[in-house]
Design a protein around this ligand. Structure first.
Ligand code: ZN
Length: 345
C-alpha cells in the first residue's frame, strides 16, 4: 500500500554534466562518458533504495534530454541542422532537430542503462520513454506532413524499443506525455491511439506521465495564464481511462489541478504527485501524507501510488535527495494513518 516511486529523472552529478540545466553539456566523452554515466546510475540506484522507493529508475543519467535522448538513435532525423521552434503551443522556443526521411531505429536506444540498472538492483525497475505526441511537438517535420502520421511512425519505433526493454528485464515502462495537457483535442483524435500503438504487445506495467512541466520560468509563466483551476486533465482522463494503459502519473502537490478530476481515472493505478519539483522547499512527511489523504477521496488506496509531480532533472542534487526521503516518510505516515496494517480502512 502506498509504495512510492518517482516520475523518472534525477539531477546529474556535477562531474557527469552541467547542473541545473534541461539540456546540459556532458563533462566527458567516449569511454570516459560511458563510465561516468554508469557511475551516476549506480549512485542514484543506491540513493533510491536507501530512501525506500519501491520502484526505482536509472534516473535518466544516460540521456541529455528526455526527448532528444531518444531521437539521437533514430534514422530519418537531421541533428546537424537544428531549427528554432516554438514548442508546447509556443510556450517556449527550443532548438529542435528536423525529420527529413522515413523513421527507423539505428539500433537499441536504452539497452546499456537498462541492463546495467537491472544488474544492480533487485527492486522493480522503471525506464521512461518520451510519448509519441510529445516527440512530435519537439521536432520540426519536413517529411511526413501530418502530426498524426508522424506520431504513428514514432509509436511504431517506440514499441520496438519498449518490447526490447521488457526483454531486458525492465518491470515498468513509462511514456512521458506533457503535450497531452496542451493539445487536448489531438489526444482524443490520435494521441491515445499513438500511445496504445507504443504499448502494443507489452506485458510489463505501462504508465503515461502527464504534468505541467519542470519548474523553469517559461512553465511558471504559462501556469500563471491557466487561471485558478487547471482543468486540462478533465478533457483527456476519460479517454485515458478507456485506454489499455495501466497507470497514470499526474501532478497534485502545490498544483491548481482540482483533485476530484482523479475520479475520472476509475480502474487505473494513479501515481499521485505528492512532491513539487518546481520548488526547492522540501516537503514535510506531514504535507506528503496530507496530499495522499486528499487524493484518497477520489482514488482507492489500492490504486494510489505516491510519486513526484514530474522529473527532478534540473534540481539541486541535495534537494532531490531530501525530497526522496520526504516522499517515503510521507508514504509511511499515510500508511499508518489511512490503513490497518496495509489494508485500507
Ligand atoms: Zn513531467
Amino acid at each position: 500500500m502506498f509504495e512510492p516511486t518517482i516520475v523518472g529523472s534525477l539531477p546529474k552529478p556535477a562531474w557527469l554534466a552541467e547542473t541545473g540545466k534541461l539540456w546540459p553539456q556532458w563533462r566527458a566523452d567516449g569511454a570516459d562518458l560511458a563510465a561516468a554515466k554508469r557511475d551516476a546510475t549506480l549512485l542514484w540506484l543506491k540513493a533510491q533504495e536507501d530512501a525506500g522507493l519501491a520502484v526505482v529508475t536509472d534516473g535518466e543519467q544516460s540521456r541529455q534530454h528526455f526527448v532528444h535522448g531518444f531521437l539521437e538513435f533514430v534514422d530519418g532525423i537531421d541533428f546537424e541542422n537544428k531549427v528554432k521552434m516554438g514548442i508546447r503551443d509556443n510556450r517556449y522556443d527550443a532548438m529542435v532537430p528536423q525529420v527529413v526521411g522515413p523513421l527507423a531505429l539505428k539500433g537499441r536506444v536504452h539497452a546499456d542503462e537498462a541492463r546495467f540498472a537491472r544488474a544492480h538492483t533487485h527492486k522493480k525497475l522503471k525506464i521512461t520513454l518520451p510519448g509519441p505526441m510529445t516527440i512530435v511537438d519537439t521536432v520540426a517535420d519536413r517529411f511526413y506532413g501530418s502530426k498524426e502520421k508522424l506520431a504513428m511512425a514514432f509509436a511504431e519505433i517506440l514499441n520496438t524499443e519498449a518490447r526490447a526493454l521488457e526483454a531486458d528485464g525492465v518491470d515498468v515502462i513509462q511514456f512521458d506525455e506533457p503535450a497531452f495537457n496542451v493539445y487536448m483535442d489531438d489526444v482524443r483524435s490520435w494521441g491515445i491511439r499513438a500511445l496504445e500503438r507504443s504499448i502494443e504487445g507489452l506485458h510489463v506495467t505501462t504508465v503515461v506521465h502527464i504534468c505541467y512541466g519542470y519548474g523553469i520560468k517559461a512553465n511558471l509563466d504559462w501556469k500563471e495564464t491557466l487561471g485558478g483551476e487547471w482543468r486540462q486533465y478533465e478533457a483527456i482522463f476519460p479517454a485515458i481511462a478507456a485506454s489499455r494503459i495501466d497507470q497514470v502519473s499526474l501532478e497534485c502537490a502545490n498544483s491548481k489541478v482540482p483533485p476530484e478530476l482523479m475520479r475520472l481515472l476509475k480502474g487505473k493505478d494513479v501515481l499521485v504527485g505528492v512532491i513539487d519539483v518546481a520548488s526547492d522547499r522540501v516537503e514535510t512527511a506531514e504535507e506528503v501524507a496530507a496530499t495522499i489523504g486528499r487524493a484518497l477521496n477520489y482514488v482507492p488506496a489500492a490504486h494510489l501510488i505516491p510519486c513526484t509531480n514530474c522529473g527532478m532533472a534540473p534540481m539541486d542534487r541535495e534537494v532531490a535527495l531530501a525530497k526522496l526521503t520526504a516522499l517515503t516518510q510521507g508514504a509511511a505516515l499515510a500508511r499508518e494513518r489511512y490503513t490497518d496494517s496495509g489494508q485500507p480502512r
